[in-house]
Design a protein around this ligand. Structure first.
Ligand code: F6R
Length: 343
């Protein structure tokens, strides 16, 4: 039920201040169990498709930085071509909103053959994935109708934060109330995002740049733009520009720069200047203003670990408004299904 909202996608984006507070709450015991198993495992892998894979990439950063545990992300659709990467008796964390993605279930099967234990992060608790798992942690974000994953992504991140925080005895200082307030603020500034979306009306290519933990957010942001607006969008690690992509930049290029005030800030700002010098238009997503941004989508400052949770929201909204401007149905992008149950 869409209620006051024009589309499910907008409703689901707007629910995030509360869904991030509920994520994992229905499965607290399972989070303890998962943390304990991961702590004692020799090898840990994490798998997913699309948006859920992008959450897995963020997990790799969070686990290594805060829990000092190395985990290997595996793209679910690729696992069948390298089944040997799974060591015997490991742990596979499977991330899936639906719990029905055929590629994820296949990867789970491959890992099970090596005697590995399956731990899942999933929204639909009656799904096939839950049946295949020793431990299942719920997103608890309610049904997601829009084909493009929005609130399920931020809830996946919260469950990951909670596992990591459990392992490192609260070292993240997980202030979700603050993140929730920050997202509320972003949503209340939506008219500015809508204005910037209008500039994208005739744009055919867009690049999304981020460094470190913001690179997976650049990938997720570009996935949202592709799905909703059909603009060719590419997520790039900032430092790779000189290794190729800089050749693409000219006065027709639009580049979204994810640049919160953390340890990546100065290097990312340098990348923005290099791009700007080629005449490209820069949309900055940051809590710090800069003259390099043609358009500035400001985000509130949050603690360093929580920026990913917050900075994806303006990109979700930008993609949504841009789809509406182009007369596309944001809830049901062409050629895509909500749950990909065939290979
Ligand atoms: C992106 C999107 C897809 C899904 C992917 C995995 O917006 O919706 O990329 O993330 O198909 O789906 P789940 O998480 O249900 O396994």
């Amino acid at each position: 039920y869409k209620g006051e909202y024009a589309h499910y996608t907008l409703k689901e984006i707007s629910e995030q201040p509360s869904t991030i507070l509920n994520a994992g709450n229905n499965t607290r015991l399972e989070i303890d169990l998962a943390a304990d198993s991961i702590k004692h495992a020799k090898n840990v892998y994490i798998t997913g498709s699309g948006t859920s894979y992008n959450a897995a990439l963020i997990a790799k950063f969070l686990f290594s930085k805060y829990a000092k545990i190395k985990i290997d992300p595996v793209i679910s659709s690729e696992a069948q071509f390298s089944p040997d990467i799974f060591e015997e008796k490991s742990i596979l964390i499977a991330v899936s909103q639906s719990g029905e993605s055929a590629d994820v279930l296949e990867t789970v099967n491959i890992a099970k053959k090596t005697g590995s234990k399956i731990i899942s992060i999933v929204n639909i608790m009656t799904s096939s994935l839950v049946h295949q798992s020793s431990v299942a942690m719920g997103l608890n974000c309610g049904p997601e109708i829009g084909v493009a994953a929005t609130k399920s992504f931020t809830s996946q991140l919260v469950v990951i934060y909670k596992i990591v925080d459990n392992i490192c005895n609260g070292c993240i200082g997980l202030d979700l109330t603050n993140a929730s307030e920050a997202i509320k603020k972003i949503i209340s500034n939506d008219s500015k995002i809508k204005e910037v979306a209008k500039r994208l009306k005739n744009v055919s290519d867009i690049y999304v740049l981020g460094r470190g933990i913001h690179y997976p957010i650049a990938l997720e942001g570009s996935l949202k733009l592709k799905e909703l607006t059909y603009i060719h969008a590419e997520g790039l690690p900032g430092g790779e520009l000189k290794h190729g992509p800089l050749a693409l930049m000219d006065s027709n290029s639009y580049v979204l720069i994810i640049n919160p005030n953390d340890s990546t800030y100065n290097d990312t700002l340098t990348s923005a200047r290099e791009i700007k010098a080629r005449g490209a238009k820069i949309i900055g997503i940051s809590d710090m203003p800069s003259d390099v941004y043609d358009y500035w989508l400001d985000i509130p400052s949050v603690s360093e670990s929580l920026y990913p949770l917050v900075e994806i929201v303006p990109i979700q909204l930008l993609a949504y408004h841009s789809a509406v401007d182009r007369d596309f149905d944001p809830d049901y992008p062409r050629n895509l299904a909500k749950s990909v149950t065939v290979k």
